[in-house]
Design a protein around this ligand. Sequence first.
Ligand code: G3P
Ligand code: CA
Length: 272
Amino acid sequence: MKKILGLVVGLSAALFLPSYQEAQAEKPPKPHQKTEIVAHRGASGYAPENTLAAFDLAVKMKADYIEIDVQRTKDGKLVIIHDNTVDRTTDGTGKVGSLTFDEIRALDAGSWKSEEFAGERVPTFDEVLKRYKGKIGILIELKSPELYPGIEEETADLLKAYHLDKPRNGKVIVQSFNFESMKKADQLLSRVPIGVLVNRSADTTDEAIEQFSAYAEYYNPSYGLVTEELVAKAHEEGMKVQSWTARSKETVQFLLQMKVDGIITDYPDYVK
Ligand code: G3P
Ligand code: CA
């Protein structure tokens, strides 16, 4: 049916060719598809990063995704925290992988940002999926997966448990700076988009981009590496581009001009 309709439209266009061409010429250029807003560690410009307060605010600000960093406690619980230690973002000290979940959960993850957020806790991966599934997209970064052998399988199991391994059930992307880990994730989660995080110019060559496209759907460079040509090359290889981390309105404007597909920012309200 679609084919027949196409034939009719094509014939009509051919019959009225001059006016059809004129109409095309008058058309303004197609606007770039809406740029997706990714709240980096939640709306972390305004609330403590990687906490429910920051994620709730991102939802309120109508971001398209929250970005989260996944690591593992000593006793095997997947938790959401950026640094490999709890020192900067909680009132405790020590490595994430050397502390038990109960020890980490007892820490205050909000006061360092502002007293207003006192009592915020380090969330678990499980509770983030439960709370935000279907409400907002989730850009999942496996942070330092080389420190946590088997974290790809655990991530895949959890996504499957929430039926998030199928695109129709919610927007999720799994990304990392560790490319071997992402190749593994791609094998385990064949229907979940995979992203490569890039911060070295060696990973911006045509050859590198072609190699990434064998297993990744997202090519996510730091904004300092972004050019229109780089974005076009990633698009040519069938990947989308989400760039990070925009912390000023100027950077947001620059990335919009570069026609990236998504802007990863601490300030979701900077992207109009
Ligand atoms: O999502 C991109 C960005 O989060 C990568 O860097 O250090 O903020 O995790 P980082
Ligand atoms: Ca991150």
